[in-house]
Design a protein. Structure first.
Length: 231
């Protein structure tokens, strides 16, 4: 391999590890693979200019993500309390995993709800077969309107058929619903918070690759929230 390409991959790997923990937790190891995958392509198309542009793109993105993370934490500290917002960890002893949808329960499962201007951003992550895993972050806009199922940048999601829609509702302050309809099949579920605000029950159901499924997962609120700045 060209030594300039190897050097660029090394720099990109170092830069990726400088991103905020929250950003890396969502992206997983895909962020570190970015340099390894893109450097040979950049060299083939534009030689040294391509490598410099790749490094510059990642370098310019770094302060943006740090500022965004800081602003999100400041918003969480100053905003009024919300029942859903925060981090929740599954109580595996009280959870009924449906193995017809997934091959065996995860060793650890967590949910994180973040408030947005239009509703919530839901991030699901955990540990499965000894490996850290994370689902694609998805917004829940609880106004009942159907919207195209796209990523956070408004772009089509690979593997999702055209015409797929997402919609959500919030019947009461303790209940949140998020649904997805693909090819006429609806899946998703509801999130219900206990009266004391310390327990969340997620009921997920729909039609999976192996047929209908239903999982009832019980989560406990994580306190203190690991995503909030410590005093």
């Amino acid at each position: 391999m060209n030594p300039w390409v190897r050097r660029c991959q090394w720099i990109c790997r170092k830069l990726s590890r400088a991103f905020p923990h929250e950003f890396r937790a969502v992206c997983g190891d895909g962020l570190e693979r970015l340099g390894a995958d893109m450097a040979p392509l950049a060299w083939r198309e534009q030689r040294m200019l391509g490598l410099l542009r790749l490094i510059a793109d990642i370098t310019l993105r770094l302060p943006v993500e740090h500022i965004s993370t800081l602003m999100n934490k400041l918003t969480e500290v100053t905003m009024t309390g919300d029942l859903f917002e925060g981090t929740w960890k599954a109580d595996t002893a009280k959870t009924k995993w449906d193995t017809s949808y997934a091959a065996g329960p995860p060793e650890q499962a967590c949910l994180r709800f973040e408030m947005t201007e239009t509703g919530y951003l839901l991030v699901a992550y955990g540990i499965k077969d000894g490996q850290a895993v994370a689902e694609r972050p998805r917004p829940i806009i609880p106004d009942g309107k159907r919207r195209p199922l796209v990523d956070l940048n408004g772009r089509p999601i690979p593997g999702v058929p055209p015409g797929a829609v997402a919609f959500g509702n919030q019947p009461d302050p303790h209940t949140l619903e998020g649904w997805v309809e693909v090819d006429g099949k609806v899946c998703g579920g509801s999130y219900r918070i206990s009266e004391d605000g310390k327990r969340l029950t997620a009921t997920m159901e729909g039609m999976g690759l192996k047929g209908p499924f239903k999982t009832i997962a019980v989560f406990e609120r994580v306190e203190p929230d690991p995503y909030l700045p410590r005093s």
